[in-house]
Design a protein around this ligand. Structure first.
Ligand code: ATP
Ligand code: MG
Length: 719
């Protein structure tokens, strides 16, 4: 293979195949690329069978990309190789072995909505008020414990005070219910795989022998459970290669533990450590800005990162009056750059999903294609969840959580009393609702209801039988037809019902794509459901064209030619929650570092003087992170320094210079301003360049397209 395109350290990392290896390096230094090449090197030069290689990525998307790149480099041989996320790796291991720890191997995977309904059920049974006990906090507590590998019994015995005393009890209830349903939540996937390996050394040894070469990307964001799992797998052969960047650790709120990467050399004293210092992604101005920001973190090892690329254009600061102005400014710039770059080369990054709405609205109005990552609203829709619940029950009839969703949808004349009776009977005798139905004759359920229930059981059993011979798309059609679900919607004739029908059709594009890649087998339904469950934050439903909208968290590992980092205001980013906590603030600053380093060529920074968010209007001063970027790297319609934390670094020592521009008539122009041109008509200023009489404005005109005009001489008027 051709390693000539890699630098010296990268080559060394690729060729160090035996023993533990740590690659610690800054953003865009080729860590992920090294992993991909290392795998092809193992396959090609070292003739390691592909089944002996494991690679763990942070998202499904990254896994897919890596698979494609490896396949492009070595051809078909990559097929049997495991390149996956932690979660999908565990699903595969558990699917074949979970019976060792007492679960059914056709287990269901719970999504956050299901988790919430389990918690609500528990609250109800304990006569507690949902308003006083936020299910989210309880789910967070449980997730925390699982990430630390703490079982319910241990949690109960360690709980010292309220609310832990209560939460630990509820954790115990929760886990019992999940077990009875043969259901696992995301954290269980990892915790139970570890439990399996602990209980069944033979199974562990099987996987140790299988995965003789282990790779983990984004190692800085592993939590304790993931760390344990990797240690178990790597223990025998110790060929473990982890790559990461401690400056990009941004998932502490999900239990990520930065010490996993910092202590790697203690865990593996024989480890080789390689640092990469050359950044290949970003222009110099972008990299300088990112480095200047991250230097403000005190809890970090200083790190050199340079780029061979030239300065590139300066970063563009855009200040708007409102979130709508911000959105319009972004659109203006997207349009003016769309000749040079395709939409898919551009990304808008924000701190919280709530910020996406204004930008989405503006994109829709301007007819610019876009895709939103992580919104996941599609799968949260009622009709999609109902359909998925049918499929889940077909696979795992013991899944009461899904069964309850469908038992009377569409309406079968089964009242809540009947369902409560079934549930109670199930709970008393330790069986599922599905099993309880078969005994419904004897538990005081009226004959008419029994007949209807038996009809449902027959339907589900016949669908289960059919599922072995059908594609998922065909199965979905069968479900919609024979359950009466489609008829119910068709009968409603409302706009809402029509849109639900459309969504179900849209869902079939997902199943058809799945069917194209997967053959009919006994595994098909399980694979489909677990794939769907594991659709991660970073996966978008839509295809690959269009401007990408996503949170900064979801952008980790990705790169775009043009990046807009928006909402750079105190209280938004850094978020108000963390402003007074130094540690949290450092995590937030790492997030800024991640966001900035996604950009290759052009980086736009935006803030609004006021914005409507979470239903109220806020006016915030500029983000301290913006103030931390040296002035010389930025141009735009307002100076960077000043307000937030005592001003930015003034390298030149010159007094701050305002970048507000004036034309002959003394009017000030800013990016985002609406203007009217005598000849070209209405437009929006999307960029400001140069100074004095040579100052130029980029203006996006509604009719005439993009023009660059001299600020002082063009016949324009602010509107
Ligand atoms: P991050 O920390 O953001 O995950 P990374 O360290 O994983 O970044 P990569 O995504 O692997 O970095 O690489 C960044 C970009 O630099 C990619 O486009 C990659 O193809 C390119 N690159 C890496 N190494 C080289 C090289 N030796 N020559 C040319 N391009 C390179
Ligand atoms: Mg990477």
């Amino acid at each position: 293979m051709d390693l000539s395109l890699m630098n010296k350290e990268q080559k060394k990392a690729i060729k160090t195949t035996e023993g533990p290896l740590l690659i610690m390096a800054g953003a865009g230094s080729g860590k992920t690329r090294v992993l991909t090449h290392r795998i092809t090197y193992l396959l090609g030069e070292k003739e390691v069978p592909s089944r002996n290689i494991l690679a763990i990525t942070f998202t499904n998307k990254a896994a897919r990309e890596m698979k494609e790149r490896v396949a492009a480099l070595v051809g078909g041989g990559a097929a049997s190789m495991w390149i996956s996320t932690f979660h999908s790796m565990c699903v595969r291991i558990l699917r074949s072995n979970i019976n060792y720890i007492g679960y059914e191997n056709s287990f269901s995977i719970l999504d956050p909505t299901d988790q919430k309904s389990v918690i609500k059920d528990i609250l109800k049974r304990r006569n507690l008020d949902v308003k006083q006990h936020n299910p989210r906090n309880i789910i967070g507590y449980i997730s925390d414990k699982k990430n630390q590998l703490i079982k319910p019994d241990q949690a109960i015995s360690e709980a010292a005070s309220y609310p832990d005393t209560l939460y630990s009890e509820m954790y115990s209830d929760y886990q019992r219910i999940l077990y009875r349903n043969s259901a696992l939540d995301f954290d269980d996937l990892i915790m139970l795989t570890i439990e399996l390996f602990d209980k069944e050394p033979k199974v562990l040894e099987h996987y140790q022998n299988r995965f003789q070469y282990i790779h983990v990307d984004e190692y800085q964001d592993t939590n304790h459970a993931q760390y344990r799992l990797i240690s178990q797998l790597a223990e025998k052969y110790r060929n473990i290669c982890v790559v990461g960047d401690s400056d990009q650790s941004i998932y502490k709120f999900r239990g990520a533990d930065i010490s996993n990467i910092l202590n790697f050399e203690d865990d593996y004293p024989e480890a080789t450590v390689i640092t990469l210092e050359q950044n290949y992604r970003s222009s110099k101005n972008i990299l300088d800005a990112a480095n200047a920001v991250i230097e403000n973190n005190t809890e970090r090892k200083p790190k050199a990162l340079r780029t061979a690329r030239d300065g590139g254009p300066k970063l563009q600061l855009m200040v708007s009056d409102s979130e709508r102005g911000e959105a319009e400014t972004i659109i203006g710039n997207i349009q003016s750059l769309s000749g040079e770059h395709s939409y898919s080369d551009m990304a808008v990054l924000y701190r919280t999903n709530a910020q996406s709405r204004a930008i989405e609205d503006a994109l829709v109005k301007s007819n610019i294609p876009y895709k939103m990552v992580g919104g996941m609203k599609f799968y949260d829709r009622k009709e999609i969840k109902d359909l998925m619940s049918y499929l889940k029950v077909i696979l795992n009839p013991n899944d009461d959580i899904s069964f309850e969703r469908i038992v009377n949808t569409p309406k079968r004349g089964l009242g809540p009393k009947t369902i409560d009776k079934l549930k109670a009977h199930g709970q008393n005798t330790g069986i599922s609702i599905f099993e309880a139905i078969k005994e419904s004759d004897f538990i005081g359920i009226p004959k008419t209801a029994v007949v209807k229930l038996m009809g449902l059981v027959d339907l589900l059993e016949s669908l289960k039988h059919k599922s072995r011979f059908l594609t998922i798309t065909e199965l979905v059609d069968e479900v919609l037809k024979h359950s009466g679900y489609r008829k119910m919607l068709e009968g409603e004739k409302s706009i809402e019902a029509t849109s639900r029908l459309e969504n179900l059709e849209e869902f079939k594009t997902v199943t058809m794509e799945f069917d194209r890649d997967n053959e009919i087998s006994d595994e098909l339904l399980f694979t489909f459901l677990s794939d769907m469950a594991l659709v991660s934050d970073q996966d978008s439903v839509e295809d690959d064209s269009g401007v990408t909208l996503m949170t900064m968290h979801a952008s980790k590992g990705l790169e775009f030619k043009v990046v807009f980092v928006v909402g750079l205001e105190e209280g938004i980013f850094p978020s108000r929650r963390v402003a007074y906590d130094d540690r949290e603030l450092e995590e937030e600053r790492r997030l800024m570092y991640v966001a900035l380093t996604r950009a290759e060529d052009r980086l736009f920074l935006s803030r609004a003087n006021s914005r409507m968010i979470f239903g109220k209007t806020e006016s915030n001063i500029q983000s301290r992170f913006l103030s931390e970027i040296p002035e010389r790297l930025v141009e735009g319609n307002e100076a960077v320094g000043g307000s937030a934390s005592g001003g930015m670094k003034k390298r030149s020592g010159k007094p701050k210079r305002s970048r507000v521009l004036t034309n002959n008539s003394g009017v000030t122009f800013s990016i985002g301003d609406k203007v009217e041109h005598k000849k070209f008509g209405d437009g929006i200023i999307s960029g400001i360049k140069g100074e004095g009489d040579s100052q130029e404005l980029d203006i996006v005109f509604t009719k005439a397209g993009v023009k660059r005009l001299l600020a002082n001489f063009a016949p324009i008027e602010k509107k």
